[in-house]
Design a protein around this ligand. Sequence first.
Ligand SMILES: *Cc1c(COP(=O)(O)O)cnc(C)c1O
Length: 425
Amino acid sequence: MKKFSPATICVQGGWTPKKGEPRVLPIIQSTTFKYDTSEQMAQLFDLEAEGYFYTRLQNPTNDAVAAKIAALEGGVAAMLTSSGQAANFYAIFNICQAGDHFVSTSSIYGGTYNLFSVTMKKLGIEVTFVDQDADDATILAAFRPNTKLLFGETIANPGCSVLDIERMARIAHSQGVPLIVDNTLATPINCRPFEWGCDIVTHSTTKYMDGHATAVGGAIVDSGNFDWEAHHDRFACLTEPDASYHGLVYTQRFGKMAYITKATSQVMRDLGSIQSPQNAFLLNIGLETLHLRMQRHCSNAQRVAEYLQANERVAWVHYCGLPGDKYYELGQKYLPNGSCGVISFGLKGGRDVAIRFMDNLRMAAIVTHVADARTSVLHPASHTHRQLSDEQLREAGVDPDLIRLSVGIEDVDDIIADLQQAMEA
Ligand SMILES: *Cc1c(COP(=O)(O)O)cnc(C)c1O
């Protein structure tokens, strides 16, 4: 059968009802599933048979939505998590343990930065941050014998830098480790990192995928492409017997599905940050229009970015759709159909002017959110990145005067009029 295009997968993927079944993906709001014999259930516990038995491990609603996201990214399988934070944590913890190390680009989401630099350190997992625009040699110098992966964001939130995915994949693979990319802001509509050599993709589905600010959630998608056995000793967690499954070896039993099966059957089993089936249902409704909304977010944001760039009150604008932007060329390569609705910019006069401008907006709301249908603004230095020092802020690509504008899908003229009146006020 012909492979469907992303727009069709958005609408039709994941759930294919059989005769007499509901047209719409049902919410299976059940923690447990019934079996006829004790033996049937025992086989499920040993991963010898496939089937549902407890929603912390798997749930049919979640699986349908995960399948849709996997198809959108072109991966072999996906797992939903309760949040984007859980997705990034599990994606790394699945192959890292105390004593291990990983490399991450420094321009990443503030919550992820804290997770990596503070919380994972407490677990004995160390990170080295690198400037994603540094040359190969500088990035390679961050790798150690115990390095397990390289991490970056397709479009950094909120710095709006664009990751050179192909180059990062080459660097990671030269060190025998996978590249994990957080593809939240680009979404698989605008970029599919697996096509550029990335091995594992993560998402905060809270953002564009849900798109309506109704449900916090996350996802991990496995390309199935990384050859764990080629680096047998480095990834013993996948290539050696797992004591918590009577000595099962993930790579032997599950092949291309080794990584994602371990994430579900071990990490999720033990840590339990599942997405609720109710939230997965809401996420699925969001996904059904993702392709339409992304187009509108991008065309609106392009117009707004051009308006800001031409405005004399504006000190600077970062949006990779603007010719002359530092990331314009990478944007054209990886995001030819548009990047996303997020623009970062600074006003002349700095931090105080930024705060007054935001307070004067009438339609665009100040919310700790990004990437939903409604236009919103945030001042990262005062909000999401509040815990970071000025030095860490700069490392994360966040200027103290940076305003993060998340352009919605309203009429673009109304958005520009609101920005205009707030600047004049
Ligand atoms: C929001 C966000 C996260 C965290 O996701 P939550 O769903 O809020 O836990 C991670 N990465 C990126 C790029 C984000 O924008």
